[in-house]
Design a binder for this molecule. Sequence first.
Ligand code: MHO
Length: 210
Amino acid sequence: MCSTIQTVSLGMGCFWSPEALFGHLPGVIRTRVGYAGGTAKDPTYRRMGDHSETVEIDFSPDIIRIEELLEVFWEHHNPVNINDYKGRQYRSLVLYRDEKQWDAIQRVIRQRKEQGKGEPQTEAAPYSGFYLAEDRHQKYYLKRYPDAMEKLSALYRDEKELVNSTLAARLNGLAKGYTNLERIRNEIARWPASLEERTRMIDLIQQIRW
Ligand code: MHO
């Protein structure tokens, strides 16, 4: 138990949905979206250069393994080379952090091939930096619910802390329809926080008008 938190970055098209998709999974601790995989300095949404839209995922390998994240990744996009469309913006991309992650990528690809799922044209490259996207892109679906954002603001010091929270990751998944309140409530009950904090979170999310 308690192995250290790992991080992986994935590109699979417009980053709004992947953030909600991975954010809803128990074991995922934090998500954020940004630009990575290229060489251009200080990319922005308007000037992304050779970077791709990516979601960066912090996860606890005790609860969810990288292999499971990779299965979700390949099941939820068409990993073809779409280099011609908008440059590398929507590239299928995995940025791995170490040799173990690289091995896991190869293992999952091999298994999927054996299952007849074909070979993904995903680019796998060593992580070499990540540029956080603009605030408006972080937790994009959750931000479509102003009442949720307002109620959540009572729990966090500022919006940055709010959007970086595990709770925001889950609720962003909920806003996109990947999970439901019941599952989130049950999960919070198992989080390593004080009873008071957990009760506060659960009370608060019950009051949100979706
Ligand atoms: N369909 C979306 C994609 C945005 S995503 C951050 C749009 O063009 O508005 O690439």
